[in-house]
Design a protein around this ligand. Structure first.
Ligand code: SAM
Length: 263
């Protein structure tokens, strides 16, 4: 695969997997089954695509780089592979009829965070996701409250999903080598929410606002939506910082905000 004369495009964050042991480990972690509905984001030259095709009846892949799409369809002569030449950020995942989707990929680092937020809007259709991400992004996804990595991405993903960091991968597993370590994260949307949320829009707004001014107090970030007394009402000091709050606290705050909009 390395001998293909593809011109590497930095703007698409192209770091191709080259280490066969690492590829095998990743495929084992994904554990593809014959009837799985797997969608791979950014197949590149097929480092994961080719081994996964050995397991499944059908594999959908989404690739933005037209030269890689051409290369893939030339190199992989398999009617079970369906290639979508498209931007994964704009892709409408609801067009897959199945509601047990498994999303995987060595994600382009420059779009991983917006892509995760985009995929959250399809969570009801997704069974699980296994993504390779920059280790720092993986830490933010799995971060506990009170740590410096804890932020909007942690709260939004942890409310809707179980998250688990699976494996650290060193830069020399890729070409070109990225500057930082990578990590595989398993993200499983919950069937049932952990806490009762009245309105998802309000939750989104509150979490975004709370972390918009990290250095300031919670009240400063939330004053557009809630007043000091409201924040105190649910047992949170108004001068607390957003990163100290648990996911449940954000749910309580957004429920309070929602109630104030309907009263
Ligand atoms: N899966 C391959 C591998 O592991 O060797 C390639 C991984 S590389 C980190 C990311 C891949 O995502 C590249 O093939 C790149 O062209 C593709 N890509 C980048 N931005 C994309 C986007 N917005 N939508 C779909 N694919 C994208």
């Amino acid at each position: 695969m390395q001998t293909d004369s593809h011109h590497i495009r930095k703007r698409f964050s192209q770091n191709f997997l080259k280490d066969h042991n690492v590829i095998e480990n990743i495929v084992n972690i994904i554990n593809p089954q014959k009837n799985d509905h797997i969608i791979e984001i950014g197949p590149g030259k097929g480092a994961l695509t080719i081994p996964i095709l050995n397991y499944v009846k059908k594999l959908n892949v989404i690739e933005i780089d037209k030269d890689l799409v051409r290369l893939l369809s030339r190199n992989i002569n398999d009617k079970n592979l369906i290639i979508h030449e498209c931007d994964a950020l704009k892709f409408d995942y609801s067009k897959f009829k199945n509601s047990n989707l498994r999303l995987i990929g060595n994600l382009p680092y420059n779009i991983s965070t917006p892509l995760l937020f985009h995929l959250l809007s399809y969570k009801e259709k997704i069974k699980n996701m296994f993504f390779m991400l920059q280790k720092e992004v993986a830490k933010r996804i799995c971060a506990k409250s009170g740590t410096k990595e804890y932020g909007r991405l942690s709260v939004m993903l942890q409310y809707y999903c179980d998250v688990e960091s699976m494996l650290i991968i060193k830069p020399d597993a890729f070409y070109p080598s990225p500057k930082v370590d990578s990590s595989i994260v398993k993200i499983t949307p919950r069937q049932e929410p952990k806490y009762q949320l009245f309105n998802e829009n309000c939750f989104e707004k509150i979490v975004r606002a709370a972390f918009s001014q990290r250095r300031k107090t919670l009240y400063n970030g939330l004053r557009k939506y809630l007043d000091e007394a409201d924040i105190k009402k649910i047992g949170i000091p108004h001068n607390e910082r957003a990163e100290k709050l648990e996911v449940e606290d954000f749910v309580k705050l957004s429920n309070l905000y929602y109630q104030s909009t309907i009263n």
